[in-house]
Design a binder for this molecule. Structure first.
Ligand code: ZN
Length: 191
């Protein structure tokens, strides 16, 4: 287990589509070691999630976990979830303006439209197939991490370039209103 360097926007591994994990290899020490390093690196950086290619592993898996997170104090909790070879389907057309940051995009945040009701299938770290419906704000986090596997970072999805801002400016001028916007969504969906 170790804390790894997080690759930064523009790195070729981050920009490429990641490859499927061989399901028969999920329980190997190699894949389990990747997962442990992803969890350690995410927690060390106070990330809400991290995709394998962010630490240089060009395969389709990510981890998500939100506890009491100083980077994202308005985010509802998500228990540690290991997601391998995910598929995401949008269940409705309803979207939410999600203000996002990324460990691979230092200093910058911006607004992205995310779907609020999604269905996900994936394999967990024991190799079991999982299928869940995810709604509300947590669905945004899933879509952000999934995008990484296709080489897409949140700035690629920002339509209003005026929404780009630094973390400090966000905290000083926008976080209070944004937390209200998130609470309204969470009240509807419970997550
Ligand atoms: Zn990210």
């Amino acid at each position: 287990m170790s804390i790894r360097e997080v690759l930064q926007i523009g790195h070729p591994i981050l920009a490429a589509r990641a490859a499927e994990v061989d399901i028969g290899k999920i329980k190997t020490a190699e894949v389990q070691g990747w997962i442990d390093d992803m969890i350690d690196t995410m927690r060390h950086a106070n990330g809400a999630g991290i995709a394998a290619n962010q630490i240089g592993i060009p395969y389709r898996l990510f981890v998500i976990e939100v506890g009491d997170n100083p980077r994202y104090p308005y985010k509802p909790n998500i228990p540690l979830t290991v997601v391998i070879n995910p598929e995401i389907r949008f269940l409705t057309d309803e979207t939410f303006v999600s203000n996002e940051g990324c460990l691979s995009v230092p200093q910058m945040r911006g607004n992205v439209d995310r779907h609020v009701e999604i269905a996900v299938t994936y394999y967990d770290r024991e190799g079991n197939k999982q299928a869940h419906e995810i709604s509300g704000y947590s669905a945004c986090t899933w879509q952000h991490e999934y995008d990484h596997l296709d080489g897409i970072l949140f700035p690629h999805r920002v339509k209003d370039a005026q929404s780009f801002c630094s973390w400090q400016v966000f905290q000083d001028f926008q976080q209070q209103d944004y937390a209200k916007h998130v609470r309204q969504l969470v009240e509807v969906w419970g997550s």
